[in-house]
Design a binder for this molecule. Structure first.
Ligand code: ARG
Length: 562
């Protein structure tokens, strides 16, 4: 049960009666009491009464018997102290494994979406990590989640790639082992060899015309890339599989239909030879209407056309009522324009929502885009491997008796967990500075700290031997604080399901771990007399289950021992 909602309902009714109109009681957790409402202060001017007077009237009226005690404080705050027995009852009834009921929706999440024959870089890291957390959390809440890995597997650059592959001989495994080198070699030839360039351009035509041999070569390129991406996903421990690839090429057949529909609805016109939509409200520097290019002047379709087709398909064929696009902030305008055109075309009917789940970039210590010493973009795999190496070394330094396999297992969980936590715990829209020492630290708001907090509770149970969790009773302040914190899990998860602000969940888990630490310092557990011990083990158990569930929703591996 959501305690905050319950208190809000009761207080809201009393406020309503006093004010003679509906009032949001604005009940929040507080430093000064368990919960606090400041609604009387905002209401005072409108009712022309003193805030303290309103607060007293509400306190007298509110039906809080058995739930909480309300007291007026300061200029007119209402401080709520939750009843110990009621709080204990809620803690005893809390089931972390079953999510609160929601109205189930079909939600398509467009995320990760790297490009064929190109290396995944740190920009794709954020999309993959945030998208994975979104998929896990929304699925857990009971929604039907469709993972859409919008692979960049189509476009004019495939002309030169296919031509390069054909020249090298398609059986030459070597040439594809390093995809970046392969891409760069093709690029160099394209820019310097006019004959190659001409052949590459003819290849694009052959590819679009469905020439079988060209398609065969193209499929090989895509397959090698997909395998590469799947290896990265495996290393990262994200839930994307080979079934989730729905690349740009998938929408190819639908593009003429999309164009025809836009034409029929009068939403596009020719401008400089290209077929463009000019959605309302989008203008360039000089105030001129901004085009969304649906078909290029050479007759080819681009990124925008594919996105329009994908949107229409997701709503009409997949039955989605919520569309999420986890893509970096620089593509904001592109998506806003795509949504505007889709809305005008009637592809986003009432009841279907669409959100660009944007994010800022990962920065180096100098506050600029993260680069290698040589100034290149950092390859995602290199970054992941470095994190794992560092965490493995730390694990070995701490416990030299760890076997090599065990150290590698812990190192991987900690290294990857640290990278994910650093990403998810920072405000999505602002970028963050990538700093190994900070994100791998065992103290502060880090992945390792969270993993350690869980492992520590497991070790308490080891020491408790046969004693197990029992009925929770609350007497000490630190016990009450922990119980209150534990009850905050459900509202946070529900809220993040709406906002996709994962830093709220990360921050909640950090605060829960810290609250547990205080509890554990103040309240002996294993050494306490039997009944108290069982109650406190009950609190330990609920904390462990909450931390575990929270970490699973973020995609951070749980360790029994650390
Ligand atoms: N492949 C694109 C990139 O690497 C991201 C695609 C995002 N999804 C979309 N539906 N446009 O920038």
């Amino acid at each position: 049960m959501d305690l905050e909602v319950l208190l809000s309902e009761r207080l809201g009714a009393a406020f309503g009666a006093v004010a003679g109109e509906p009032v949001d009681p604005a009940v929040r957790r507080s430093q000064h009491a368990d919960f606090q409402s400041g609604a009387a202060l905002t209401l005072a001017r409108r009712l022309d009464r003193s805030p303290r007077e309103i607060a007293s009237a509400v306190a007298a009226r509110a039906d809080l018997a058995g739930l909480a005690v309300a007291e007026v404080s300061g200029p007119g705050f209402l401080n709520l102290t939750v009843d110990d027995h009621f709080l204990a009852r809620l803690a005893n009834e809390a089931v972390v494994s079953t999510p609160p009921p929601v109205e189930p929706q079909t939600i398509v999440i467009d995320y990760s979406s790297p490009n064929v024959a190109k290396e995944m870089h740190v920009g794709h890291l954020r999309s993959t990590v945030i998208g994975d957390a979104a998929a896990r959390l929304l699925e857990w809440l009971g929604h039907r989640v469709i993972r859409a890995n919008h692979l960049g597997d189509w476009g004019t650059q495939f002309g030169m790639l296919i031509e390069q592959l054909d020249d090298r001989g398609e059986t030459d495994q070597e040439s594809l082992a390093d995809l970046t080198a392969f891409y760069q070699a093709a690029r160099v030839r394209f820019d310097s060899d006019p004959d190659f360039k001409r052949r590459a351009q003819l290849r694009v035509v052959a590819l679009q015309a469905g020439d079988e041999r060209t398609l065969q070569l193209w499929r090989r390129l895509v397959a090698v890339s997909e395998q590469y991406f799947l290896n990265v996903y495996d290393l990262l421990g994200v839930t994307l599989t080979s079934r989730d690839f729905t690349g740009e090429s998938f929408y190819n057949d639908q593009l003429p239909g999309v164009v025809a529909e836009l034409e029929a609805k009068g939403l596009v016109r020719i401008s400089d030879g290209a077929l463009c939509a000019f959605p309302e409200g989008f203008t360039g520097r000089e105030g001129e209407p901004l085009p969304l290019i649906v078909r290029k002047s050479d007759g080819g379709f681009g990124y925008a056309a594919t996105d329009l087709a994908a949107l229409r398909y997701r709503v009409q064929q997949l039955g989605a009522s919520r569309l999420l696009y986890v893509v970096g902030s620089p593509q904001r305008e592109h998506f806003q324009m795509v949504y505007a055109v889709a809305r005008a075309a009637g592809w986003l009917p009432d009841g279907v929502s669409v959100e660009h789940v944007a994010f800022g970039s990962i920065l180096g210590p100098d506050g600029r885009a993260l680069k290698t010493r040589a100034g290149d973009l950092i390859k995602l795999v290199d970054l992941l491997e470095e994190g794992i190496e560092r965490a493995t070394a730390t694990a070995l330094a701490k416990s030299p008796d760890l076997s090599a396999t065990e150290a590698a297992r812990v190192g991987r969980a900690v290294g990857i967990g640290a990278i994910k936590y650093a990403d998810l715990s920072s405000d999505r829209m602002s970028g963050y500075i990538f700093d190994w020492d900070r994100m791998l630290a065992l103290t502060g708001s880090t992945g390792p700290y969270l993993q350690y907090a869980y492992a520590r509770i497991r070790s308490i149970f080891q020491r408790a031997g046969d004693a197990g969790p029992g009925k929770i009773t609350l007497t000490e302040v630190a016990e009450r604080e922990l119980a209150l914190e534990l009850l905050g899990f459900e509202p946070v998860v529900v809220g993040v399901g709406e906002s996709l602000d994962f830093h709220r969940l990360a921050g909640y888990l950090y605060s829960l771990a810290a609250t547990f630490s205080t509890f554990y310092e103040r309240c002996p557990v294993v050494g306490a007399p039997p009944e108290l011990r069982e109650s406190r083990l009950g609190l330990c158990d609920l904390t462990a289950r909450t931390l575990r569930q929270g970490q699973e929703l973020l995609g951070i591996e749980v360790l029994e021992r650390m």
